[in-house]
Design a binder for this molecule. Sequence first.
Ligand code: S3P
Length: 441
Amino acid sequence: MHNNSISFLAHPGGTLQGEARVPGDKSISHRSIMLGSLAEGITRVSGFLDAEDCLATLAAFRAMGVRIERPDDGQVVIHGVGLNGLTPPREPLYLGNSGTSMRLLSGLLSGQAFDTVLTGDASLSRRPMKRVTLPLARMGARIETTAAGTAPLHVHGGVNLDGIHYDMPVASAQVKSCLLLAGLYAQGETQVREPAPTRDHTERMLQGFGYPIRVEGDTISLTGGGSLTATSIDVPSDISSAAFFMVGAAMTEGADVNLHHVGINPTRTGIIHILRLMGATIEISHERSIGGEPVADIRVRGGQLRGIDIPEDQVPLAIDEFPALFIAAASARGTTRLTGAEELRVKESDRIQVMADGLRVLGIQAAPTPDGIVIQGGTLTEGCVDSHGDHRIAMAFAMAALRSQGCIRIQDCANVNTSFPGFVALARHLGLKLDTTGEPA
Ligand code: S3P
């Protein structure tokens, strides 16, 4: 359990300079455990994100009988049990703060012979699960939620799943992945159509495990009853973690950071596009492909940003980066408008409201709308903001100190460990003046 008394104290006057490698990609790390467990043979993962969210997934598969070793930092060896080799867990699977674990597992577990119960922390227990349980029910799954459509989820096993064609009402990689994982167990073909491109790590990794999958325009299809063959996975650095330093550097005159080995899958690079539209200087070098995922070094140099209207087609491609981008907008010259981003209201916190509240504390005009926000760039002052236990909000406000007049205290920061262990040390190494009270994150 978390000690939510951990807070950050970010002092003004720092800058960002130097080279760094941020931790592994969270989405890819989750999927490596899931597909590695269901594969036949031994899967070796390097660069695994050793953070609470991914460890929740890892613990869930261990609880279902999969032998998973951790020989060294970032190394994971998974002794796959095959698609039908999982065994019933003795207890409910506790998934902490991790929406990805819960939504992807709900699909995968719908195809098992046994029942499971999925639980999470207070934030995860508030997040909408009907977006997965409704289409899964159409496939024949039996899942009980609370009356509000939230966790705990009781997933009943021993049912026969049938493939469906599903037109997703929201652009969500978690929903898409959930249905594709259920589709591995379904009779016939499962087809998912997305209203806009979302991260495609599941599709790429299924192919890496030798599972046939068809991608035609906006529709992804697979047929149940195949098998996965173990492979090796090199997890790139998470662009969503790099994003904090990209924003911090972009908005600070004289800053210059080079972030190594970052995943630049085109379904994740909205942050690069949006920062460039705001006037940032970003250089991409050493582009290469590693295990089916594009990777590069990203160098960002600081300057004065300008406010923009964020193109709606970039929203799903930068969906986790908006807390950081709102800080960029606050320090920019002019107005930034975001629309088409109602999904931000159902993340680890209501990221539109929580960011607006924090920005206002710091003297910035920020007007939330149902599907976005309008931020008037200005002078960040000082004050105490509440991250509401949302890792990305905590890290975003830490960056704000690079341009603030006084200190920024950020409360409830323990959950930074869900995605970015070592954030404080790396931020200090690059030049941010950041202290913690309570245990260091
Ligand atoms: C994720 C998908 C996104 C993202 C989340 C990770 C994934 O969620 O916000 O952090 O790994 O599939 P949605 O599918 O809800 O957009």
